[in-house]
Design a protein around this ligand. Structure first.
Ligand code: NOJ
Length: 634
């Protein structure tokens, strides 16, 4: 036998041994899952299929009545399999202890949370990270998010969101990877790898969740939760590829979506969940509903009542019910009446238990509860350094005429203008559970670290009244306080850095916009500054593509800086002063006007694509027909 043959021989032996050992592990796991399943009553099985939101401070007094009391009783009686939004080792441990010690079988809870772009250390919004086109950086961002969240007792994230969208009106474009399914698929896989690592049972890895299955990003007119009605080509070529990539990367859970897809709500959609996901793709993890999406099938006019909704959801392959209480209240009766088979319930519970085993929770329910890890890892300097690197990579230089950038450190009169320039809250975006409010480095702080000579004028405020994740944001349209000071500063500056865009709570869930221009009085401020000083570097801070044709055709330098997370101001300042060379590329087209939406580069050609002197070709008579105008993908 020569050396090559010997090597091949050993390789073959290794492969046979490896596949036998994998099969053995799988058999072991299946055996353990089935053994546990056999011990369970129907109520306990339904319990595993139920997920509740955190409702009282576990370390505080026990609730006395109402919904919270009911949930508490369900927990104690083994009727809950998962909690969301319970964080911190102390809280998680107390709740886990109660379930493990007091329920008959002591099956641990799985704790879920939206870890979307970091946790305590906030990374750039996912759309910004996609602009880096750097898969290693994106994987690392997810890895650190998982490290911090797992150190706070979390073992499951509701991410990555892999919805493709072509409509910047939809507020949730900030959570995705933009309009391209190929890039979206690559990023989906990178994030899954980042969250789950190579060993799901390690205490610093968490189960990922590909969401929202499916079509949610195609909400009509970009209005969140709206109907989705698309053809098979769009389903297979645009919507499904990132989900398929996530499944192939081994994602352990999927979340279905709020929307109706071609007449059928995704939560009750057997074509998506049974035929495609669990059938064609052979997915072995479980599907969680979106928040109350089973319940919402009544609002869609699809289910008669909650019991009917539970029946439709379970039969369609929705394994765990997030916050509808449909399963916990009705599934047992539905099985007894023969409307849902025991096989459907067993399949769902098997999937949920399998993931709990894989996470190591059944062997050690407190695996993710280590105060020492919580103290040392969460928000560490190392994580901030990584967030800064990713933030810098996410910045896109849209325009730089006349060499206005980079700014020189010795340049005397730099005028920094705009309320967003001193914002420490907005850069954190709207998915920021686990972070500390107003903890981002502002642009002002970042620039002052590099140059002593930064004069700042805030200009008019962007929002008025309460700023809160759950409240509608009020944009200031009338109060011009600060306008004058801003213009005075612009007049006496050599160069003006103008930071404009959206508040962090203007994009995200429920935050669709009909207009995509600079909100409030910002366009007025821009034009007033331009009148007295044309040397403007416009820094955009936003969660979606904006319509900025006025700026695009006049302002010499434009930098797309998104909502970049904890290290936002440092990343922007280092880029403006040339310590970092911006290399990001847009993952989503910027329309010139809203009327062009949906807008995407990879559209089918029309039969009349080319500019013609006469009128009969595919165009707008009042707008550019070029999807890459003013700023397009890449
Ligand atoms: C609703 C959102 O659509 C989903 O993305 C999120 O994971 C859940 N709420 C839980 O917070």
């Amino acid at each position: 036998m020569n050396i090559r043959r010997t090597n091949l021989f050993f390789l073959a032996i290794f492969l046979v041994w490896f596949s036998i050992s994998l099969q053995g592990q799988k058999r072991d796991l299946d055996f353990r899952v089935d053994s546990l399943l056999r011990l369970m009553t129907l109520e306990e099985k339904v319990g595993q299929m139920t997920q509740y939101n955190g409702f009282w401070e576990v370390t505080g007094p026990v609730p006395v009545g109402g919904d919270a009391r009911k949930k508490y009783d369900h927990l104690k009686n083994g009727l809950v399999g998962s909690m969301l939004n319970v964080t911190g080792v102390e809280e998680v441990r107390k709740m886990q202890e109660m379930v493990v010690k007091e329920t008959r079988l002591g099956i641990p809870l799985i704790f879920g949370l939206d870890v979307i772009h970091g946790h305590r250390t906030v990374f750039p919004i996912p759309l910004a990270e996609a602009a880096s086109w750097d898969l290693d950086a994106i994987e690392k961002s997810a890895r650190i998010g998982a490290t911090e969240a797992s150190a706070r007792g979390i073992n499951w994230t509701f991410g990555p969101m892999v919805d493709i969208s072509r409509d910047a009106r939809w507020g949730r474009v900030m959570e995705g990877a933009g309009e391209d399914p190929y890039l979206g698929a690559k990023i989906a896989a990178a994030r899954v790898k980042g969250f789950q690592g190579n060993d799901l049972s390690a205490p610093n890895t968490i189960a990922a969740c590909a969401k929202h299955f499916a079509g949610y990003g195609f909400a009509e007119a970009g209005r969140d939760y709206n109907t989705v009605d698309v053809g098979t080509s769009t389903i297979y070529n645009a919507i499904l590829p990132p989900f398929k990539a996530a499944a192939e990367a081994g994602v352990r859970t999927f979340m279905n979506s709020f929307n109706v897809l071609n007449g059928i709500p995704a939560t009750g959609n057997a074509f998506l969940q049974r035929e495609i996901l669990k059938g064609k793709w052979g997915f072995t993890g479980f599907v969680v509903s979106d928040w109350g999406s089973a319940w919402e099938m009544m609002d869609h006019g699809f289910a008669r009542d909650l019991k009917h909704a539970a029946e439709l959801a379970a039969n369609a392959g929705s394994d765990m019910d997030m916050e509808s209480s449909g399963y916990v209240n009705h599934l047992k009766a539905l099985v007894e009446e023969g409307k849902v088979t025991m096989g459907v319930v067993d399949d769902a519970v098997r999937r949920i238990l399998r993931v709990k085993f894989e996470l190591g929770l059944i062997d050690d329910p407190y695996r993710y509860c280590d105060e020492n890890r919580e103290k040392t890892l969460v928000g560490s300097a190392e994580h901030h350094a990584a967030a800064l690197e990713v933030a810098k990579k996410s910045i896109v230089l849209l325009k730089n005429e006349g060499g206005l950038l980079p700014l020189s450190k010795s340049q005397k009169k730099i005028g920094l203008i705009g309320v967003l320039a001193s914002e420490k809250n907005s850069p954190l975006g709207s998915w920021r559970f686990g972070s500390i409010d107003s903890s981002a480095v502002s642009v002002l702080e970042g620039m002052q670290k590099i140059s002593k000579d930064i004069a700042y004028a805030q200009g008019p405020s962007l929002v008025t009244g309460i700023v809160d994740f759950e409240q509608e944001l009020k944009i200031n349209e009338t109060d011009r306080t600060g306008m004058k000071e801003a213009i005075v500063l612009a007049k006496k500056s050599d160069v003006v850095v103008l930071v404009l865009g959206e508040h962090g709570f203007q994009s995200g869930e429920g935050r669709s916009r009909a207009k995509l221009d600079l909100p409030g009085l910002q366009q007025e401020l821009l034009e007033a500054v331009y009148k007295v000083n044309k040397n403007i570097v416009l820094v955009l801070m936003n969660g979606r593509p904006l319509t900025i044709p006025w700026a695009a055709s006049r302002v010499p330098a434009i930098v797309e800086a998104w909502h970049l997370g904890s290290e936002s101001g440092n990343a922007i300042a280092q880029t403006l002063f040339g310590e970092h060379n911006p290399s990001g590329k847009l993952p989503m087209s910027f329309p010139k006007s809203v009327g062009q939406l949906p807008l995407y580069y990879n559209h089918y050609p029309t039969g009349r694509p080319w500019p013609k002197p006469e009128v009969f070709w595919s165009h707008y008579t009042d707008e550019s027909n070029d999807p890459l105008y003013p700023f397009g993908l890449g």
